[in-house]
Ligand binder design. Sequence first.
Ligand code: SAH
Length: 351
Amino acid sequence: MTENLVEKLRNDRDLSDKELKELIESDAYDKELYKAADEVRRENYGDAVYLRGLIEFTSYCKNNCLYCGLRAGNNKAERYRLTKAEILDCCEEGYRLGYRTFVLQGGEDPYFTDDIICDTVSEIRKRYPDCAITLSIGEKPRESYERYFKAGADRYLLRHETADKEHYSKLHPDNMSADNRRRCLYDLKDIGYQVGSGFMVGSPYQTTENLIADLRFLQELGPDMIGIGPYITHKDTPFKDEEGGTLELSLRMLAILRLMFPYALLPSTTALGTIASNGRELGLQAGGNVVMPNLSPVRVRKKYAIYDNKICTGEESAQCRGCLERRIESAGYRAVTDRGDVKRMRNRDDK
Ligand code: SAH
């Protein structure tokens, strides 16, 4: 019975693998699933949508992830780095627009040593004591994460990408491992960061079983934020002929996450907005409660090309705030600009 599966997930925040498979593979539950996800999101967060100002500060990367346009092996990629002064200008603009979270994201760029990262983070911390500082700069030794935390960073985004080791090895070169990525996530949590993880929907070779493994891993980790979005092909990667993830499956996974993790911060991602013009609005209606407007200088935005046709990279993109606010309102929600900390932490065991 269709009704029971969604209700059961909502009440128990869990299902068996077999039930999850049914829910993930069928389109029969979608309407009911989105409705339940929206209700649960309203119970926990009302109509609030949190804004995070995203600063993409370097497009250099030493890694060679097979899906990503910034991979080291892509010699067609245009590379740039922002200076400390430019990063601080982005924060100033963001603060003026009302953002109280800055997300510093980039490739794994060896130029940005721990000293440089800490210097920038502590300057932002000093200037904006009321703001959250989020880092998203990949896999580092525990000591580095500790240093950034001491310098004033309070959140870290690191998607696990896929929880299945074999699948992970199909998406990444031999020198990267699912184990190290997990080690990073547990270190970050242990140090005291609010942690965001997540995965791509429809990445090459992904199976329903892989998606179920992703949900199980997230239940184990208990992250504060879960970022998912469709995989989108980049023309200068080894996966250039692979198909992208669908809107339908991305929205379905988002709604399942909302029912499993009622407390979580779930971004309606740029990738979702890239595969459908109203993708982010639909993402909010399927349980999403965060959007991440781009604060990077307009001249570099096209260069942070992790996938093809990324939106909000043209001249009009300086107006992100107004555009996003209208989109949020048109979807039936309200943009809020406070720090938007996670409401409460709940693992499966203490529900
Ligand atoms: N270097 C940082 C930031 C990576 S970019 C890190 O390793 O965490 C942020 C996210 O974009 C990645 O975690 C990945 O899930 C996503 N991404 C990368 N390439 C993509 C693609 N082709 N399609 C969709 N999402 C992609």
